[in-house]
Ligand binder design. Structure first.
Ligand SMILES: Nc1ncnc2c1ncn2[C@@H]1O[C@H](COP(=O)(O)OP(=O)(O)OP(=O)(O)O)[C@@H](O)[C@H]1O
Ligand SMILES: [Mg+2]
Length: 264
C-alpha cells in the first residue's frame, strides 16, 4: 500500500540555472538552497518569472542545473525519476487527445510499472480522488480546462510516487472547485504520507496546504524566506478565520509586494 512507502526528502544546494538565449546568458536561479523534510507539504510561492517552474523541473530531474546539487532521499534527482519515485504535474496538462481520461491516467503507470494487475484499479482510485469518476470515459476535448488539469493530477497520483511535484495545478480552476481540490489534496497527502512540493501564486492556498512556505524572489530566482506554518491539522475552512492564519497571509503579502510607504 502507498501508506507504507518510504518517502523521500529533498536537499538542493547552491542551485544555479543559466539559460542561453540568442547568444546571451540569462541566470534564472542563483545560489538557491532548499531543504524539504520527508513527508512534508511545502509550497514555492513567488512572482511570475522568478523561476518556480524551472526549479520544479530541476527537482523532478528533467532539467539539469548549471551548478549545484539536488538529492532526492539518497539519490540524484535523475535517478529518482528513473526509479519512478517522482510524480510531476506540469503547469499545462498534456493529455493524449485520442485517449479517454481513464486511459490517459493508466497509460503512464502502465509504461512505468512492471506489474499491470493494479493499473486499472489505481487509475480508477486516482480519478475518484480528484472527483472525476463520472468523466472517466470522456476524451480530453470533452473535458473543461479544469477537468483536464485534474486528469493530469490523477495521472501523477496513479503512479503512486513518494514525491509529488505540482506546478500551479489549480491555477485553471474556478474558486469553488479550487477550494474543494485543496481540501482533497490535503486529505490525500495526510492519508498517503507523500512528500509534496507545490507551486502557487495564491497566498491563502499556500498557507492552507503547507508545513513550510518557501518565498522566492526574482532576478535571480532564490528562496528569501522559509516560513513554517504552525496551524493544527486536519485543516478545514474555519482555519481561514484563525488569527494566526491571517497573520501568516499578511506577512507573506508584505514579502511579495511590500506596501509603498510602509515602514519596515
Ligand atoms: N527553456 C528555457 N529557455 C530559456 N529561458 C527559459 C526557459 N525556461 C524558463 N526560462 C526563463 O526563466 C525565467 C523563469 O521561468 P519560470 O517558468 O521558471 O518562471 P515561473 O516562476 O514558473 O513563472 P510563472 O509563475 O509565470 O509560471 C523566465 O524569465 C523564463 O523566460
Ligand atoms: Mg511557472
Amino acid at each position: 500500500m502507498e501508506g507504507h512507502m518510504i518517502t523521500a526528502g529533498i536537499s538542493a544546494r547552491g542551485v544555479e540555472m543559466t539559460f542561453r538565449v540568442r547568444g546571451s546568458d540569462n541566470t534564472v536561479l542563483q545560489s538557491l538552497d532548499l531543504e524539504v523534510q520527508a513527508g512534508s507539504f511545502v509550497t514555492l510561492l513567488g512572482p511570475s518569472g522568478c523561476g518556480k517552474s524551472t526549479l520544479l523541473k530541476i527537482l523532478g530531474g528533467i532539467l539539469e542545473p548549471t551548478a549545484g546539487s539536488v538529492r532526492i532521499g539518497d539519490e540524484a534527482a535523475a535517478d529518482a525519476v528513473k526509479n519512478r519515485e517522482i510524480g510531476l504535474v506540469l503547469q499545462r496538462p498534456a493529455l493524449m487527445p485520442w485517449k479517454s481520461a481513464r486511459e490517459n491516467v493508466k497509460l503512464l503507470r502502465s509504461i512505468a510499472r512492471k506489474d499491470h494487475k493494479n493499473d486499472g484499479p489505481a487509475a480508477d482510485a486516482a480519478l475518484e480522488m480528484v472527483g472525476l469518476s463520472h468523466a472517466a470515459d470522456r476524451l480530453p476535448e470533452q473535458l473543461s480546462g479544469g477537468m483536464a488539469q485534474r486528469v493530469s493530477i490523477a495521472r501523477a497520483l496513479a503512479m503512486e510516487p513518494t514525491l509529488l511535484l505540482m506546478d500551479e495545478p489549480f491555477g485553471a480552476l474556478d474558486a469553488i472547485t479550487r477550494d474543494e481540490m485543496n481540501y482533497r489534496l490535503a486529505e490525500i497527502w495526510q492519508r498517503t504520507g507523500k512528500t509534496i512540493v507545490f507551486v502557487t501564486h495564491s497566498i491563502t492556498e499556500a498557507v492552507f496546504l503547507s508545513d513550510v512556505v518557501h518565498v522566492m524572489a526574482a532576478n535571480p530566482g532564490r528562496v528569501i524566506e522559509s516560513l513554517e506554518i504552525d496551524l493544527p491539522r486536519p485543516r478545514d475552512k474555519r482555519v481561514f478565520d484563525d488569527a494566526q492564519f491571517i497573520e501568516y497571509t499578511n506577512h507573506l503579502r508584505d514579502q511579495l509586494a511590500p506596501m509603498p510607504g510602509k515602514v519596515a
